[in-house]
Design a protein around this ligand. Structure first.
Ligand code: PLP
Length: 409
C-alpha cells in the first residue's frame, strides 16, 4: 500500500481563520486549547458545504438529499470508527459530547449495577466523570470510591490494585487530565479492572486529539470524546462501546430513530448504533467531526505531539524560573497542558491581566473541584498548547505573566 504523505506543520496556523485577529489591540495568543480547539477552514467549509448543498434529515428518506445527508452522516461514523480502530462502525454512537456520552452510559447501566456494587474513579476526574456516577449510585445504592493520586498528580497504582475487588463493577478513568496534563496508565488500569470483570470507561476528551487511540488494543468497554476538542464543532461527541455491552444495556433516551417497531402496547428497539441515537441527530456536527478527523489524519501525529511538547517544555522551563510560581501537575508522563498558581494572586486576576495582552488562558477549577481541594487551592492558571501555537507565543505568555505579577504583587 502506498504510504500517504503527511503534511508538516509549517503554515498550519494559516488554516485557522480565527487566530488572525487582535484582542485588546494585540495579536491573539490562544492557549486555551484544552477547553476547546479552534477550527481549520477544512472543517468550517465542510459544515458550510453540507448546509449549502446536502442538508436534509437522515435515514429512511428516499429522496436524493436525504440519501446524500445519510451518506455524509454515516461516512463520518466510518471515519470515527477508523480513528479509534473500532472493530465496527456500528459501535460508534454519536452524542453531544463527552459529558453526554458518560451520562448515556451511567443512565443506561442501571440494570447492571446493584446495591453495594463499587464504582471506581480517580481523584483527578472532570465533574462530568464524577456527577453521573454519583447519580447512578443514588439510584442503585452502589458505592463510589476514589483512587488517590500523589502530589505530582499521578495515580497511586498500587492503591488502585488494592481497591479493585469482586465488588468493583465499573472503573471510569480519564486518559489525559485536563487540569494536570497527566497521561494515565490506562492499559494497566483496564487490565486490572478486567481481571475482576469490571466494566471499563475511558474519558478520552483530552486524549483523542493528542494521542493515538486504539480501542481494540486498549480493550476498554467504552471510550468517549468530544468533537470540539479535536478541531471539530461543538455539540457532537463520540461514544465507542464494545458490541456485547452495548447490546446488553438499555437505551437512555426514547423516541424516533431508536425503534424498530412501535405499537401502543409495546416497542422494540433498533439495532446498533441507532438504538442510542433517539431523535434527529446533529448531522452537520457529524460532518464536521468527520472533516476534523480528515484534517488530523493529514498530519504527522508524532510530529504534532513532539511539537506541542516542545512548546510545553519551553513554557515550563521559563515558568519554573519565576520564583512565586508553583506548577500543579508534575507527572513524568504528560501532555502539553501546564497548570500553575502564583503565590498570593488569584488565578482569575492573572487571566484578566494577560487577556489585556491578547493572551487567552483558562483560570479556575477546570471542572475538577475535588482536585483543587486535594491541592488546597481555589483554581489554577492553565495554558494548553496546540499545533498552531509557536515559541514566540510562549515568550509573550511569560512576559505577560511577569507583568501581571509586577502589577498585582
Ligand atoms: N472530560 C475531560 C477530561 C474534559 O477535559 C472535558 C471538557 O473539558 C470533559 C470531560 C467534558 O467534555 P464536554 O464539555 O465536551 O462534554
Amino acid at each position: 500500500m502506498k504510504a500517504i504523505q503527511k503534511r508538516k506543520l509549517e503554515n498550519i496556523r494559516e488554516e485557522f481563520p480565527i487566530l488572525h485577529q487582535k484582542i485588546n489591540g494585540e495579536d491573539l495568543v490562544y492557549l486555551d486549547n484544552a477547553a476547546s480547539t479552534q477550527k481549520p477552514k477544512a472543517v468550517i467549509n465542510a459544515i458550510k458545504n453540507y448546509y449549502e448543498n446536502d442538508h436534509s434529515n437522515v435515514h429512511r428518506g428516499v429522496h436524493s438529499l436525504s440519501v446524500r445527508a445519510t451518506e455524509a452522516y454515516e461516512s463520518s461514523r466510518e471515519k470515527v470508527s477508523e480513528f479509534v480502530n473500532s472493530p465496527d462502525k456500528d459501535q460508534i454512537i454519536f452524542t453531544k459530547g463527552t459529558t453526554d456520552s458518560i451520562n448515556l452510559i451511567a443512565g443506561s447501566l442501571t440494570n447492571l449495577i446493584e446495591k453495594n456494587d463499587e464504582i471506581l474513579i480517580t481523584a483527578m476526574e472532570h465533574h462530568s466523570n464524577i456527577v453521573p456516577w454519583q447519580e447512578l449510585c443514588k439510584r442503585t445504592g452502589a458505592i463510589l470510591k476514589v483512587i488517590p493520586i500523589n502530589d505530582n498528580g499521578e495515580i497511586l497504582i498500587d492503591k488502585y490494585r488494592d481497591m479493585v475487588s469482586n465488588k468493583t463493577k465499573l472503573v471510569s478513568v480519564v486518559h489525559l487530565s485536563n487540569t494536570l496534563g497527566t497521561i494515565n496508565p490506562i492499559e494497566e488500569i483496564i487490565d486490572t479492572a478486567k481481571s475482576y470483570n469490571a466494566i471499563t470507561v475511558i474519558d478520552g476528551a483530552q486524549a483523542a486529539g493528542h494521542l493515538l487511540v486504539d480501542v481494540q488494543k486498549l480493550d476498554c468497554d467504552f471510550y468517549l470524546f468530544s468533537g470540539h476538542k479535536i478541531f471539530g464543532p461543538t455539540g457532537i461527541g463520540v461514544l465507542y462501546g464494545k458490541e456485547d455491552i452495548l447490546n446488553q444495556i438499555d437505551p437512555y433516551q426514547f423516541g424516533g430513530e431508536m425503534i424498530l417497531k412501535v405499537t401502543f402496547d409495546e416497542t422494540t428497539y433498533n439495532d446498533l448504533p441507532h438504538k442510542f441515537e433517539a431523535g434527529t441527530p446533529n448531522i452537520a456536527g457529524a460532518v464536521g467531526i468527520g472533516a476534523s478527523i480528515d484534517f488530523i489524519n493529514s498530519l504527522d501525529r508524532d510530529l504534532c505531539h513532539q511539537y506541542e511538547m516542545s512548546l510545553h517544555d519551553d513554557a515550563l522551563g521559563k515558568l519554573e524560573q519565576i520564583e512565586c510560581i508553583r506548577i500543579i501537575g508534575k507527572s513524568s508522563i504528560k501532555s502539553a497542558i501546564i497548570s500553575f498558581v502564583v503565590d498570593g494572586i488569584h488565578p482569575h486576576d492573572i487571566g484578566t491581566i494577560i487577556n489585556q495582552k491578547g493572551i487567552a488562558v483558562r483560570t479556575g477549577h477546570h471542572c475538577t473541584m475535588p482536585l483543587m481541594d486535594f491541592y488546597g487551592i481555589p483554581g489554577t492558571v492553565r495554558a494548553s498548547f496546540s499545533i498552531y501555537n509557536n515559541h514566540a507565543e510562549v515568550d509573550k505568555l511569560i512576559d505577560a505573566i511577569n507583568l501581571a505579577i509586577k502589577m498585582l504583587k
